[in-house]
Ligand binder design. Structure first.
Ligand code: HEM
Ligand code: HEM
Ligand code: SF4
Ligand code: SF4
Length: 473
């Protein structure tokens, strides 16, 4: 499906938005770089440069030189010393073993409650370049496809109005612009939105910028259009994104399949994970191909070392977490109702196995990193929903959850903690969901799950000979 923007999109070239000339962008020689010293002594930080990896200290020093020269030409709106003062203050924090950033302080742009995170130095007299060091979150586009005109324009703008240092991408997913002064925020916001046509992301007790995996843009496994859904939810929940009205932060993340490339299950208060509700498609000839060594397992991702002959038991059947696969008369058999959609067999034999064709999303609620109660993964609450625009079925669930959490959640309590406090059962009641075995971590071994006979395929009677044929004594 072709992309349909919900508002007119701007197109521009780098020449339309650039602020510096080519000469200004390359304004020092290798000789100058070698002889350059920043204005503070930073022996501890310089130790970091000696390691085997590229060092942010070396990068920052090089950049400090460039900034100093741009500053001499009057081309910068905040102190040219910001990078040097930053390194100086960080060095001192290493010596003192404590931070010199003051926390908090409300700064922002008009109309938005989030997107800017205030930060001030408590050593402003000594390091005036970082007296203010506010962070600006810029919304990433779904799957992070950019063009160079945007990236170069953004780098120019940030150099001009900020520290020039940025981070693609922070753990929120946003582009993080590190360090500027309060008076730059409003003009920066104007230029980001009106010239570069990009929005601020979320921060504070609001919806954070939704994030998705590459999805159908590049990945054969995508079970729904993650980018489309991420974009739709971002546009639909604009108020929640920009106006903090929640008990605490809230994150949506969209994984196209259970491989979980954006790790939504660990990182999102509401994780969307692509899934299917019919049977795994099997190409028996290709299964034989793998057994005969015609195709490299895992798409060749572990080649380069001799792992020996492919063994379908060791690598696939015995690794199925629910033990629902078998080889019968040379044919691969999958007991689909017992498959938990872990993707392992499909990842290992992608030519032979494909997910089903009835695809949609699972909704899992409540993941978070430790703040109050410790790290927690999100818990499967809705095993399957259709994921088709305009996603009214999904929005209905989200709205129900938001409404409840905004009433029930305590200040700085993540959704997962609220659920923990009141109980998952109560949460399911609120969402209008009957309890299901899929919500239980180990339904097969938990003696407190009571199955009704009609819920069990084949009922309670089983063919003991069939059972024994698969479980030799
Ligand atoms: C101060 C000492 C003890 C305390 C505070 C204590 C406390 C408890 C508690 C709170 C339960 C759960 C009850 C329930 O939820 O039904 C329990 C169960 C149990 N305790 Fe203790 N207990 C103590 C000593 C012992 C000792 C010394 C034994 C055995 C020699 C023992 C054997 C058991 C058993 C077998 C159960 C399981 C009962 C069942 O599942 O119905 N307890 N205990
Ligand atoms: C030949 C010896 C034994 C036999 C045949 C036997 C049999 C059983 C049976 C049939 C149950 C009920 C299981 C159920 O309801 O699911 C049971 C429960 C229990 N037995 Fe034994 N038992 C034996 C020895 C022992 C010994 C030596 C102990 C303790 C030292 C013990 C402690 C318990 C406890 C605590 C339970 C309750 C478990 C629970 O409900 O959580 N049993 N036993
Ligand atoms: S989560 Fe699944 S669909 Fe998305 S990029 Fe990863 S493997 Fe592909
Ligand atoms: S997807 Fe996972 S649970 Fe399902 S059959 Fe394959 S290995 Fe087993």
């Amino acid at each position: 499906m072709a992309f349909e923007p919900k508002r007119p999109q701007k197109t521009y070239t780098y020449d339309d938005v650039r602020l510096f000339t080519d000469e200004e962008l390359k304004n020092y020689t290798a000789e100058e770089e070698k002889n350059f010293k920043i204005k503070h002594d930073i022996p501890l930080l310089e130790k970091l440069e000696s390691g085997p990896w590229p060092s942010f200290v070396a990068d920052a020093k090089r950049y400090a030189l460039r900034r100093r020269k741009l500053g001499e030409e009057g081309k910068l709106l905040i102190s040219p010393d910001v990078v040097e003062d930053l390194l100086g203050q960080v060095e001192l924090s290493f010596v003192h073993g404590e931070t010199h950033w003051k926390h908090g302080g409300i700064v922002g742009v008009i109309g938005y409650g989030g997107g800017v995170i205030g930060r001030y130095s408590d050593l402003a007299a000594k390091y005036p370049g970082v007296a203010h060091f506010h962070t600006v979150r810029v919304a990433q586009v779904p799957s992070k496809f950019y063009n160079t005109a945007f990236l170069r324009g953004l780098a120019d703008l940030w150099e001009y109005r900020g520290s020039g240092m940025l981070n693609l991408h922070g753990s929120t997913g946003d582009i993080i612009l590190l360090g500027t002064f309060t008076e730059q925020l409003e003009p920066l916001f104007q230029e980001l939105t009106q010239v570069l046509d990009v929005d601020l992301g979320g921060s504070g007790s609001n919806l954070r910028t939704p994030e998705c995996c590459l999805g159908k843009a590049r990945c054969q496994y995508a079970l729904y259009d993650t980018q489309e859904m991420c974009y739709e939810m971002t546009m639909h929940y604009q108020d929640e994104l920009h106006r903090p009205a929640f008990p605490y932060k809230f994150k949506f993340k969209f994984d196209g399949c259970p491989n979980g490339c954006v790790a939504s299950i660990a990182r999102a208060d509401l994780s969307f994970i692509g899934t299917w509700c019919d049977d795994i498609r099997i190409d028996q000839d290709a299964v034989q191909g793998y057994i005969n060594g015609e195709f490299p397992p895992g798409g060749g991702s572990h080649s380069g070392k001799d792992w020996g002959k492919f063994d379908i038991y060791a690598e696939v059947i015995d690794r199925c977490p629910t033990g629902c696969m078998s080889l019968e008369g040379g044919e691969l058999v999958i007991d689909n109702p017992n498959c938990t959609r872990c993707m392992h067999c499909i990842n290992t034999m992608p030519r032979a196995l494909r997910p089903g064709v009835e695809t949609g999303v699972s909704l899992l609620f409540g993941a978070k990193a430790p703040i109050l109660e410790g790290a927690q993964m999100s818990v499967l609450v809705i095993p399957f929903m259709k994921a088709e625009p305009p996603y009214d079925n999904v929005k209905e669930m989200i709205n129900k959850m938001f409404e409840w959490w905004m009433d029930e959640g305590k200040n700085r309590e993540r959704l997962g903690e609220t659920i923990q406090r009141v109980g998952l059962q109560r949460f399911c009641d609120i969402m209008g969901l009957p309890p299901a075995p899929q919500m239980v971590k180990e339904p097969r071994t938990n003696p407190y799950i009571f199955w009704k006979e009609e819920d069990v395929p084949g009922g309670f009677e089983r063919d003991i000979n069939d059972y024994r044929s698969r479980h030799a004594r």
